[in-house]
Each structure stands twice: as structure tokens, then as C-alpha cells.
Design a protein around this ligand. Structure first.
Ligand code: ADP
Ligand code: UDP
Length: 257
């Protein structure tokens, strides 16, 4: 691992140069940050769980026709992905009011929205990832008009598919964030938009249907404790952690560095 060239180190992941041109290795760290990195912690095993959960989601989304950057998982903490030019927007889809939507608009947390909502945030930590409109996106060229339409259509397809997948295991998909990138296949100079980054309890709000328990990063944001255990519960329900004994012992599962 030490021999690979670091392309970028972020808050939760490291990107290394991949084995072939046009590929990258995504390494999932145990670091957790919230509130624009003002709150930080290391959560043992989180990276291993997110690597597995994101692999699971990307593989299934790809199987239903959503193009993703995922190629294959390499080991406990790393996956091989197609290198993309990240579109500098975070696309948030919401089914239930929570987080900044509740805060900004005074909508009670937990209120089911009349229809799924898609929001765009500019990926800029220095500015605190501000909410942006279609006008901003077009005027400043962050995405072309056709790309903007594609981002919405793809995000809503992801929402439909993932809502069903989670509902089947007793989890309500409240909201989530996606990132997309432009990928140039072969000699083509026409980019294809791929779903990139990760899909994990770090980037989704997941509530137990029965109890309302939070099974996502809000456990860290709100000091609820049991963060890794909640992520392991998501993995167990999805069938990623096969045996109950395995999920009882997150440490044994997450031992790989
Ligand atoms: P942050 O940059 O917000 O601290 P991470 O620690 O998760 O976040 O870093 C991962 C970075 O890798 C993100 O900036 C993300 O946009 C970028 N990224 C994700 N997938 C790809 C990809 N396939 N190609 C290039 N960059 C990617
Ligand atoms: N989200 C994310 N990264 C961000 C901002 C938001 O993964 O930089 C996810 C977050 O986990 C939640 C959804 O996007 O599932 C909506 O987040 P919100 O706007 O409510 O902001 P938050 O309260 O999470 O800061």
C-alpha cells in the first residue's frame, strides 16, 4: 500500500493511482467528520463496513442499468474504480424531512415529503457546500443543461431502487447524497456520466422502520453512540455480514487494515 501514489486524501477516503490508466484505488479510512470537519473521530471498522456497503449498492445499481465507477473490491478497505472528473455538485435526494431541510425551512423532522426532492449543493468545503439552484449551475458551468437533467433522472432512479432495497430489510431511506463524474471511454471525447464516490451510512439517513432508530452518521453527529454497530446492523440486514455471530463481533469482521 505504501508504494502506491496518493492522488488525493480526503476526510473519509484516500485515492491512490490505479493499476491501469483511467483507474483509481479508493481506500476507506475509519475517520469520521461532521459539521464541515469541525467534529472529528476515528471509528474502528467504519471504513471496512463502508467499503462493503458501497460495493453492495454500486453493484446492484449497476445491475439495474445505472452506470457507476465501481470495478471491483480489492480487499477489506480498498476498491478499484474508474477515474472520473467529479462534477462539483453534491446531489441530495430526500424522501422524509430531516437535517438541513428541517433546519432551513422549519419542516418537522420525520415528515414524509409529498414527493422525492432533489437538491444540489456546491462541493466546496471552504464555502460550507452551499445550496445552489439550476440557474447557478448553468451560469457557472458546473453542469451542462443535459447533464443537469441526467443527474436528476439518475438520482431519482437510484432513490427508487434503494428505497425498495432498504424497505425490504426494514429500513426507511430518509435522504442521501450522491456524487457523479465524467468518464471518457477509450478515445471518445464525449463523456459518460457515472455515479461515483460512495453510498454508505456516512452519506445516507437510514431509520429503522419499526423503532425509528438511526442507523447512520447522525449517531456520530448527535453523539448517540453505537455508530459502527449501527453500520454493521445495516450490513447485516443487507446480507453483507452473513452470520449473526459475525455481526455480534464487528471487530473480527473489521480487523483488516
Ligand atoms: P472529501 O473530499 O469531501 O473529504 P472523501 O474523503 O470521501 O471526501 O474523498 C474522496 C474524494 O474522491 C471526493 O472528493 C470525491 O469527490 C472523489 N472521488 C470519488 N470517486 C471518484 C472517482 N471515481 N474519480 C475521481 N474522484 C473521485
Ligand atoms: N450528506 C453527505 N455529505 C455532505 C452533506 C450531506 O453525505 O457533505 C448527506 C447526509 O448524510 C444526508 C443527506 O446528505 O444523508 C442530506 O444532508 P443534509 O443536507 O440534511 O445535511 P446534514 O444535516 O447531513 O449536514
Amino acid at each position: 500500500m505504501s508504494k502506491k501514489r496518493v492522488i488525493y486524501e480526503g476526510k473519509a477516503k484516500i485515492l491512490y493511482e490505479g493499476p491501469e490508466p483511467g483507474t483509481l484505488i479508493q481506500y476507506f479510512k475509519d475517520d469520521a467528520t461532521a459539521f464541515n470537519a469541525q467534529k472529528r473521530a476515528v471509528l474502528d471498522g467504519k471504513g471496512v463496513l463502508n467499503n462493503r456497503i458501497s460495493e453492495f449498492m454500486m453493484t446492484r445499481l449497476s445491475a439495474v442499468g445505472i452506470p457507476t465507477h465501481f470495478i471491483r473490491r480489492l480487499n477489506m478497505r480498498e476498491q478499484l474504480v474508474k477515474k472520473v472528473d467529479i462534477i462539483p455538485l453534491e446531489v441530495v435526494v430526500r424522501n422524509v424531512a430531516a437535517g438541513t431541510l428541517s433546519k432551513r425551512l422549519g419542516i418537522e423532522e420525520g415528515q414524509v415529503l409529498p414527493r422525492p426532492m432533489v437538491e444540489f449543493y456546491l462541493k466546496d468545503d471552504a464555502l460550507g457546500d452551499p445550496l445552489v439552484t439550476e440557474e447557478h449551475i448553468a451560469a457557472f458551468g458546473w453542469a451542462a443543461a443535459q447533464e443537469y437533467d441526467d443527474l436528476i433522472a439518475m438520482s431519482l432512479r437510484v432513490n427508487d431502487f434503494m428505497s425498495g432495497l432498504f424497505a425490504a430489510v426494514g429500513i426507511r431511506l430518509v435522504d442521501f447524497k450522491l456524487e457523479f463524474g465524467r468518464h471518457y471511454e477509450g478515445d471518445s471525447d464525449v463523456p459518460r456520466i457515472l455515479l461515483a464516490d460512495e453510498i454508505s451510512p456516512d452519506s445516507c439517513r437510514l431509520w429503522d422502520f419499526e423503532t425509528g432508530d438511526k442507523l447512520d452518521k447522525d449517531r456520530f453527529r448527535r453523539d448517540l453512540g453505537g455508530v459502527t454497530e449501527a453500520y454493521a446492523e445495516v450490513a447485516r440486514r443487507l446480507g453483507i455480514l452473513k452470520e449473526s455471530g459475525e455481526s455480534d463481533n464487528v471487530v473480527s469482521f473489521t480487523n483488516g487494515k
